[in-house]
Design a protein around this ligand. Structure first.
Ligand SMILES: *[C@@H]1O[C@H](CO)[C@@H](O)[C@H](O)[C@H]1NC(C)=O
Ligand SMILES: *[C@@H]1O[C@H](CO)[C@@H](O)[C@H](O)[C@H]1NC(C)=O
Ligand SMILES: *[C@@H]1O[C@H](CO)[C@@H](O)[C@H](O)[C@H]1NC(C)=O
Ligand SMILES: *[C@@H]1O[C@H](CO)[C@@H](O)[C@H](O)[C@H]1NC(C)=O
Ligand SMILES: *[C@@H]1O[C@H](CO)[C@@H](O)[C@H](O)[C@H]1NC(C)=O
Ligand SMILES: *[C@@H]1O[C@H](CO)[C@@H](O)[C@H](O)[C@H]1NC(C)=O
Ligand SMILES: *[C@@H]1O[C@H](CO)[C@@H](O)[C@H](O)[C@H]1NC(C)=O
Length: 454
């Protein structure tokens, strides 16, 4: 909080609009900006208060994991541990059976929801985030997510892939989507690099290669479709372009590139996806250096999930510069351009430090949310990567200390793959509206079954 007070005093003294002043080349300036946004984000977190549920944000479960992932990176790159108690508490509290599939929420979680917590645990392992004795290691929690997702790999349709939703009664069960498969790919790639265990390498290869047989990863053009449907043999495509979809595959390819000492397959993937990412999400109409969630910022209709995505691409980009050093010169100017732009955008609220979503717009766009504060925290934090020597994520052979438990999560009865991969019935084909209508009944039926099953 010292930084924050210093910033406020300086700006009050100047008698101007407070905003977040930012000099991207200055370490303290970046830390101040990150601290201000992190403070704003956490001022809306109540999960660590008496009577509340640690790690749970109102109306969403996955975002808790995303927020902790952001704060673990924040701690690593700023050295500020103000939020570590809240992060550690929430990360352990939501771990379920060591696989981030806690029974309160598991009935309606998608693979993408679960994988964000797995990626947060993986981040904690890679950055040597402190562990508590008597608790499972961060690495094992990431392995728990990996194991339960590998068991859901669905060869009954489209010769593979993860479905978006896990349960047949959920709308989205017939969809295979980029974030679920890209998230699982990235998790496998990071586990492979961290542990050097061949099983994870093979899975990363498998998820990437399978994605390449569908529009989820179109290698001829290096585009990523958001969704595809099992009823169309995974050849149709929902084409909305999202930063985080590109970020998951790009970052996973970066870990594989590093693990394989620069194999051509991964270099091609990185170069191709990088090309599309820079073209799509750094629009030339705003100078080409500022990240934009182009699918929804124009009409200002991003939902709370989508407001988080730019933050993920920011941090995945930042760590990518350490493990694929040749991307540094392309990425860093864009992280800097985005941070400078975001700081100008962050003039909302009584303190005039709350961020909107349109980083490319010089004046506050009138919106504030925990999610927008999260993305801003991430882009400011990500710029600190150039000030940190040897900032590359650790592995077991470079000082990573988190212990492996390859069988974590495998004893969780709730995450049985038998339901998720059972053959498609006529009911599934009848489509989404039917699923929605029958959802309540199926859900009650399922809960009855789950309770009966113990
Ligand atoms: C919850 O965490 C915040 C930091 O975000 C801290 O200021 C506050 O004291 C914590 N509250 C409790 C009850 O631990
Ligand atoms: C599950 O829900 C109960 C009841 O609301 C709550 O007390 C508990 O803390 C929740 N557990 C998790 C992991 O969210
Ligand atoms: C980038 O993509 C464009 C458009 O698809 C293509 O013309 C160009 O050759 C690509 N550049 C690289 C370096 O891949
Ligand atoms: C892999 O990452 C390390 C940093 O951990 C870096 O020094 C090395 O150059 C990277 N390998 C390749 C092939 O770029
Ligand atoms: C303004 O910032 C101060 C810390 O500098 C904080 O204590 C206060 O809660 C903030 N006010 C609002 C409305 O966010
Ligand atoms: C926190 O929530 C309040 C009330 O919903 C809102 O006014 C405020 O802008 C939020 N803070 C941030 C950082 O978004
Ligand atoms: C590698 O991972 C696989 C799959 O989780 C596991 O069965 C195996 O024991 C692991 N090997 C080592 C050496 O940890």
């Amino acid at each position: 909080m010292v930084w924050l007070q210093g910033l406020s005093v300086a700006l009050l003294g100047a008698g101007t609009v407070m905003a977040i002043s930012l000099n991207v080349n200055d370490l303290d300036s970046l830390k101040n900006a990150a601290a201000t946004s992190a403070f704003n984000m956490m001022s809306n977190y109540t999960g660590n208060q008496t009577g509340q549920i640690p790690g749970k944000l109102p109306g969403t479960w996955w975002e808790g994991g995303a927020m902790f992932m952001t704060l673990i990176q924040y701690w690593y790159l700023t050295g500020d541990d103000s939020y570590n108690d809240a992060v550690t508490q929430g990360m352990y509290f939501q771990r379920g059976n060591d696989d981030y599939f806690p029974s309160n929420y598991s009935q309606y979680l998608g693979n993408d929801d679960q994988v964000f917590w797995g990626l947060a645990a993986m981040t904690a392992a890679e950055l040597n985030y402190p562990e508590q004795s008597g608790m499972p290691s961060w690495l094992s929690l990431a392995q728990g997510v990996f194991n339960t997702q590998a068991a859901r790999w669905d060869t009954t349709t489209c010769n593979g892939g993860l479905r978006w939703q896990i349960w047949p009664y959920q709308d989205g069960y017939s969809t295979k989507n980029a974030i679920s498969n890209g998230g699982f790919f990235q998790l496998a790639a990071r586990l492979a690099r961290y542990t050097n265990n061949e099983t994870y390498t093979q899975w990363a290869e498998k998820v990437w290669d399978w994605s390449g047989t569908t529009p989820l990863l179109k290698e001829s053009e290096w585009t990523i479709a958001d969704t595809t449907n099992v009823n169309a043999q995974c050849q149709d495509h929902g084409d909305i372009q999202w930063t985080y979809n590109y970020g998951t595959y790009l970052s996973g390819a970066a870990y594989m590139y590093n693990l394989t000492d620069g194999a051509e397959k991964w270099k091609e993937g990185i170069d191709g996806l990088m090309n599309t990412t820079l073209r799509e999400f750094f629009p030339s109409e705003y100078g080409g250096m500022v990240m934009s969630e182009t699918a929804c910022e124009g009409l200002m209709n991003c939902d709370r999930n989508q407001d988080c995505f730019k933050g993920f691409l920011s941090s995945w980009f930042a760590f990518m510069t350490t493990i694929v050093p040749y991307t540094y010169s392309e990425i860093i100017p864009r992280l800097q351009g985005s941070a400078v732009a975001a700081a100008k955008q962050c003039t909302g609220g009584a303190n005039q430090t709350l961020c909107g979503r349109r980083w490319y717009q010089d004046t506050w766009d009138g919106t504030t949310s925990l999610e927008e504060a999260m993305s801003a925290t991430s882009v400011f934090t990500s710029n600190l990567i150039i000030h940190q020597k040897n900032a590359a994520p650790f592995t077991h052979s470079t000082g990573g200390t988190s212990q492996s438990n390859p069988s974590a999560g495998t004893s969780d009865p709730k995450s049985s793959s038998s339901i998720a991969t059972r053959p498609i019935t006529a009911g599934d084909r009848a489509g989404a509206s039917i699923l929605t209508i029958s959802f309540i009944g199926a859900w009650i039926g399922f809960v009855g079954w789950a309770i009966a099953g113990g």
